[in-house]
Design a protein around this ligand. Structure first.
Ligand code: ADP
Ligand code: MG
Length: 323
């Protein structure tokens, strides 16, 4: 069981940023309005995620660190149309197998929280504790018991860059949630959570960026594409400033990046990468999020249709008269 967890951990938890992603997605699934992420030394020393979501009962808190104890998939049909970010019940046990892990969680209706402590996959303590509503998870000394994996970590600044990148993308995909990221006690960024994407973009990239953005609004054949793409004055040197979402879920997709590039640079000389935040909305049945252990890559049932929609969305936003 513990070996299985360590192996699973290799797939789910390749670096601190992957831990942050799993924890923050759980906080989002729990209906949180405020999520705070605190990292020390690029998350290698410690990661703490605090949320004000629904919390867990005493039983659920104990179950959460056990394998395949997801509370989110109830039927086989659920798997065909996944609406929550998590669905495998693998993340917490995998993370707890390769770190010193604590979970404190309290339901609104309860007066006491549950505290669970796991060291390298072994439950060390379970007790009641005082705490506010919601959940706090701490992950300390990641890979302390898997030295081979620890060796593959980059420097703390490089690891914190990965974390900042994933928290940025999650913040952009949930403008209605207030996020706060601190690194070694210093604020990296925070978002207001007022529900407006343009304000979240300003919170993250600065207020100078937003006047240089063009809105993207496109809808056809059951696919809609929305968000913002930067005017050509704001080309960046890397794709880091591009966020793609499918049904509000952050994804990596070469196809989407290519559709953006090909549309964008069909009229302009290719000279960098446009900042872009794009959400593609399609029927849940037309997309498979289950192909990648970290759920980062998606598979569409009709790639060409999506490509064409993104291409047209970008073309029309670049060519329509700017107000
Ligand atoms: P999954 O997200 O795939 O269900 P996880 O291992 O990430 O699996 O989490 C296991 C379970 O623990 C979740 O299904 C959920 O019930 C509970 N859980 C984890 N994090 C939180 C949180 N921040 N707030 C409330 N419940 C949580
Ligand atoms: Mg999860």
């Amino acid at each position: 069981e513990n070996t299985a967890n360590k192996i699973a951990a290799g797939e789910v938890v390749e670096r601190p940023a992957a831990v942050v992603k799993e924890l923050v997605e759980n906080s989002i699934d729990a209906g949180s309005k405020n999520i705070e992420i605190e990292i020390v030394e690029g998350g290698i020393k410690s990661i703490r995620v605090t949320d004000d979501g629904q919390g867990m009962s005493h039983e659920d808190a104990q179950l959460a660190v056990k394998r395949h104890a997801t509370s989110k998939l109830r039927t086989a049909e659920d798997l065909a149309a996944i609406h929550s970010l998590g669905f495998r019940g693998e993340a917490l046990p995998s993370i707890a197998a390769v770190s010193k892990f604590t979970l404190t969680s309290r339901l609104q209706a309860e007066t006491l929280a549950t505290y669970v402590e796991v060291n390298g996959g072994i439950i060390a303590d379970i007790r009641e504790a005082g705490a506010g509503c919601g959940t706090t998870i701490t992950v300390t000394d990641l890979f302390f018991n898997t030295p081979a994996r620890r060796k593959f970590l980059k420097t703390p600044p490089a690891e914190s860059g990965h974390i900042s990148d994933i928290v940025t993308k999650l913040s952009l995909s949930y403008p209605q949630i207030a996020f706060k990221l601190t690194s070694n006690g210093r604020l990296t960024f925070s978002t207001g959570g007022n529900g407006r994407l343009i304000d979240t973009i300003a919170d993250i990239y600065g207020h100078k960026v937003t006047p240089e953005l063009l809105p993207v609004e496109y809808s056809n054949e059951g696919i809609s594409v929305s968000g913002y793409v930067a005017k050509p004055v704001l080309l960046k040197s890397s794709r880091q400033w591009q966020t793609f979402m499918v049904n509000q879920r952050v994804v990596n997709s070469r196809m989407l990046a290519k559709a953006l590039d090909n549309a964008y640079f069909s009229l302009l000389p290719k000279n960098g990468h446009p900042l872009a935040i794009l959400d593609i909305q399609i029927a849940a049945e037309a997309v498979d999020v289950n192909v990648h252990p970290q759920k980062k890559e998606v598979k569409f049932s009709d790639d060409q249709k999506i490509y064409r929609a993104v291409y047209k969305a970008i073309s029309s936003s670049l060519t329509s008269p700017v107000s």
